[in-house]
Design a protein around this ligand. Structure first.
Ligand code: ATP
Ligand code: MG
Length: 456
């Protein structure tokens, strides 16, 4: 059945709520059609119908062994999954002038956070919301009494997209769901927009459930923030494009250093805790990478088929080499510290430093001089402002988050699936991170481009 798997939680499911006509006007859409005829009155108000769906997959795999096919049952080679289409509805479930809306940004920085904050505020104002606040420093802002909420308006957010970072600040860790919901209740917040990654989404879903338990008519809407592009089902998340673009500068520097040195090896560590999308895309786009290492594909450094032997070959044949490694790659090669950060995430070992040391040791052992230059551009990549394509994505996601809250949904997140903008229930997108599929065409294309063998 249409949309069955992606049943969106709605406040109507638990509260007796009557919708009212929307205050978000579409009347100002162009008055003339292309041929010069006037737009018929009824089409001027073409809101997104609640029953509209986008198809998640538009490909028919004719066999389960086809490149990219994930299903194992040859009879289910065409999976029909429909997703709720995002956008403004003609009926809304909140009276805008009595709404208090809050925005919070959690986790690490990501290009585009300010663009999303800005667009949420602007769209709320267009609906007629007058009471908009920012919660400072992530979930911490809910329970740290020393932190004041920040009044937001179009005026305040007008230019914030010109700089990276988050106007509201971010943080990791701390706080029980119950304390956070106490705070939402005390502040009389009706809509809360939560920007963050996997951890933040888990927290938001817990907040959504706790609000239901307490019979609070609060709409909880997330916007996925992950530079790693590791959210399930989504074509891409904001910040990813910018990160890949910024990574080019680091890769190019590594390439120049490697080419200019005698037996130069450039080594660049990019973000990607569990998913290697940034490393893969940066390698594909630069064309300067000889070896790309990602968390999803294990490799050995030593041995006849190891990375170091291949580097020797590259030095012999090309005179230099450039390696790109995702921060979460090769963790099995490192000693585990067992440490976790404030949010409970495992602190990764530094694979970049490890590879650098191993390269030096190996080439000393075979008596070949090498000149290794290690570049770690992590914070430069995530602290910059969004590029044009991410800025557009942020704008659409921010607007859709507001439309989703007014439409009465709660416990949802916004995204782009199969080129369409959609709403998804939070649990659907966080059961695991999204990984690079080592059998996908994209990873094979990356291998074709670098020319690297299997390192096992
Ligand atoms: P990033 O991509 O930067 O890691 P994230 O959202 O995953 O983003 P985290 O630091 O892991 O960042 O988590 C952000 C916030 O969500 C923290 O305040 C953390 O306490 C909270 N959080 C993390 N995991 C959970 C969970 N399972 N349940 C409730 N809250 C959580
Ligand atoms: Mg996280």
């Amino acid at each position: 059945e249409f949309g069955e798997r992606f049943n969106l939680p709605h406040l109507r499911d638990v509260f007796d709520m009557k919708p009212i006509p929307t205050t978000f006007s579409l009347k100002n859409r162009g008055p003339k059609l292309v041929d010069g005829a006037s737009m018929p009155e009824e089409r001027k108000n073409g809101y997104v119908n609640e029953d509209d769906r986008a198809l998640l997959k538009v490909i028919k795999y004719s066999s389960p062994t086809s490149a990219g096919a994930e299903c194992i049952d040859p009879n289910c080679s065409w999976i029909e999954q429909w997703v709720h289409r995002a956008g403004p509805r003609d009926k809304i479930y909140f009276q805008p002038d009595s709404v208090k809306a809050g925005i919070v940004t959690c986790g690490g920085l990501c290009p585009g956070l300010n663009d999303v904050i800005r667009q949420i505020v602007v769209t709320l104002e267009i609906y007629g919301v007058k009471n908009i606040v920012g919660i400072p420093y992530g979930y911490r802002g809910f329970f740290d009494n020393g932190l004041q909420e920040m009044p937001l308006s179009r005026e305040v957010v007008q230019n914030i997209n010109l700089a990276g970072g988050s106007l509201l600040g971010v943080s990791r860790g701390g706080g029980s769901t119950s304390d956070i919901v106490d705070s939402i209740q005390a502040r009389r917040i009706d809509m809360i927009f939560i920007l963050g990654g996997n951890g933040t989404h888990a927290g938001a879903n817990a907040i959504h459930k706790e609000c239901r338990k307490r019979k609070l008519k609060v709409s909880v809407v997330c916007v996925p923030k992950t530079i790693d592009n590791d959210i399930l089902l989504m074509d891409k998340t904001f910040g990813f494009d910018t990160a890949v673009e910024e990574a080019q500068r680091a890769i190019n520097s590594a390439y120049i250093e490697a080419r200019s040195a005698y037996h130069g090896v450039g080594l660049v560590k990019l973000m990607g805790r569990s998913s290697g999308f940034i490393a893969m895309h940066a390698s594909l786009s630069s064309g300067q990478i000889d070896i790309c290492l990602i968390p999803e594909v294990s490799f050995s450094l030593e041995g006849p088929y190891g990375v170091l032997r291949h580097l020797e070959h590259l030095i012999q044949t090309k005179g230099s080499a450039v390696v790109c490694v995702a921060e979460g790659a090769g963790q099995d090669l490192l000693q585990k510290s067992g440490a976790t950060d404030a949010s409970g995430n495992v602190v990764l070992g530094d694979i970049g430093v490890h590879i650098q040391q191993q390269i030096k040791k190996h080439f000393k052992g075979v008596d070949v001089p090498v000149d290794v230059k290690y570049i770690d551009p992590t914070y430069m990549i995530r602290a910059c402002r969004a590029n044009a394509s991410d800025a557009i994505l942020c704008t659409v996601l921010g607007q859709n988050a507001v439309h989703g809250a007014f439409a009465g949904y709660s416990g949802i997140t916004v995204g782009i699936c199969n080129t369409h903008y959609v709403y998804l229930p939070i649990p659907e997108v966080i059961t695991s991170p999204r990984f690079v599929d080592p059998n996908s065409r994209m990873w094979h294309r990356c291998l074709t481009s670098t020319g690297q063998p299997d390192f096992l």
